[in-house]
Design a protein around this ligand. Structure first.
Ligand code: C2G
Length: 445
């Protein structure tokens, strides 16, 4: 019996896939089809797959052409499968010509003609698409546009900046429509990405929600908890999705770190320490007291994320130790006391620390090297070093694509509750900056 194997994602299975499967089947007597897992696709940069692995397998089985379906979960698995299943022919579409010649050592390799004029990419483009308008055209917005292009179901259409020249430059470089006013931006979009300085967030977000637009707001969301609560209530009453663009909360390594540690592998967690420091030009707006600049307002939302994930938002005591210059904190150490644990963070715009994250438990600890907030790697360490384990994850591009994918996924599913970063967590982050700005338990060093 001649065994043939082929692999693919088979997203939105179409005529091209069917032709490929038919031709592969005709090469032998028994066809094995390897379907990629969602995480493997993510790892190899395929962010835009619409269907889950179970839906894609079901579609392949429904063709009646596969005698066996297997899962492809890691790079390099093909050689293993070919030997394990005693395969005679490896077949793949001609878009891969040359890429799999190394397999010839193990079996025959056949590149089958690709069907022209149809692809999963084209089919995905025909699905509904969220039109996004961007307010604020600084450096984060410049990173957002190319990242959004990697995600299916979203299209950045226009941008607005009160400074028309800056806006024109931005729109020219990314081929976007320039909105003359914020109202025009709202009119031309289904959702807005608020990427303006944080002191302007509240007004822009409120106006967008009132106009019935979904909102993805950059961090820090807002600096006062009553405003955060008000905006959430407003979004709920208007039935629009409000999400905070805290990229760490959505990146694969961090998401897995949280669930892994919650499963108890380092015992009871007793301490979390995280630092985020970025030396910033003294004249930057980020250090302007008139614009609520400073280390806590700019950066505290990052270390607070792991603290809240592991210990929740019900701290018993919160203290800040700050180095102040020209009326703003250039460096602050914060300490949060919980019933059975303690957490601390360091944030700085005018002082530098090692930017790592350490989560300590009764059996071991997790070490996430700097910059932990955009990591693709962490280690779990124990007293007995032989037990230590390293974990690696994809972190593609600037990492914004993960939050963008989550944002459009929620909108498509009409699911207005974000669980990766909850309403409560965002409100409590604002409580921390609120306390700091009101000088509650703030001690100068
Ligand atoms: N295909 C085709 N004609 C098309 C589209 C796709 O012949 N118009 C073929 C591809 O060449 C591939 C198979 O259909 O052989 C599955 O295509 P995808 O779902 O795009 O999967 P791909 O990313 O090519 O995965 O490591 C290799 C991968 O597993 C192959």
């Amino acid at each position: 019996m001649k065994k043939v194997i082929t692999y693919g994602t088979f997203d939105l299975l179409h005529e091209g896939h069917l032709n490929l499967l038919r031709r592969a089947k005709a090469l032998g007597d028994y066809l094995i089809v390897g379907v990629t897992t969602d995480s493997f696709d993510l790892e190899r940069g395929k962010m835009n797959t619409v269907q889950s692995v179970t839906e894609r397998i079901a579609a392949v089985l429904a063709t009646g052409l596969a005698d066996q379906v297997i899962i492809e979960e890691y790079k390099g698995q093909k050689l293993e499968d070919i030997q394990k299943y005693d395969v005679d022919i490896f077949a793949i579409g001609s878009d891969w010509v040359g890429k799999f010649d190394y397999i010839r050592e193990f079996c025959e390799v056949v590149y089958l003609p690709r069907t022209e004029g149809i692809s999963s990419t084209q089919l995905r483009e025909n699905l509904s698409c969220v039109r996004v308008g961007i307010v604020g055209t600084g450096s984060i917005a410049s990173r957002f546009v190319p990242e959004a292009a990697e995600v299916n179901g979203v299209k950045v259409v226009s941008a607005f900046n009160p400074d028309p020249e800056l806006c024109a430059d931005f729109c020219r470089s990314f081929s976007l429509a320039q909105a003359g006013t914020y109202e025009q931006l709202l009119e031309s979009s289904d959702a807005v990405y608020v990427a303006s300085p944080h002191y302007t967030h509240y007004e822009y977000v409120k106006q967008a929600i009132e106009a019935g637009r979904h909102v993805l707001c950059e961090t820090p969301f807002v600096l006062r908890s009553d405003r955060a609560r008000e905006l959430y209530e407003l979004s709920e009453s208007r039935g629009v999705f409000l999400m905070v663009a805290h990229k760490t909360a959505y990146c694969p390594a961090f998401v897995h770190l949280v669930s892994l540690l919650k499963s108890g592998i380092i015992g009871d967690i007793v301490d979390v320490n995280a630092s985020v420091t970025t030396l910033t030009d003294e004249n930057s707006d980020k250090l302007a007291s008139s614009h609520f600049g400073g280390s806590v307002t700019e950066n505290a939302c990052f270390p607070l994320l792991p603290v809240f994930k592991f210990f929740g938002t019900d701290w018993k005591d919160l203290r800040f130790y700050s180095k102040v210059r020209n009326g703003v904190d250039i460096y602050t150490k914060g300490i949060l006391l919980y019933d059975n644990a303690v957490a601390s963070f360091q944030v700085g715009l005018g002082a530098k620390t090692e930017g790592n994250l350490v989560v300590s438990g009764t059996r071991g600890y997790a070490y996430v090297p700097a910059p932990w907030w955009r990591t693709d790697y962490f280690e779990i360490r124990y007293e007995d070093q032989n037990q230590n384990k390293k974990y690696f994850y994809p972190f593609a591009g600037e990492g914004l694509r993960y939050e963008i994918k989550d944002f459009v996924g929620h909108i498509a599913a009409n699911d207005l509750r974000s669980y990766r970063l909850t309403r409560e967590e965002n409100i409590r982050m604002a409580d921390v900056t609120d306390a700091f700005l009101n000088k509650i338990q703030v001690f100068q060093i």
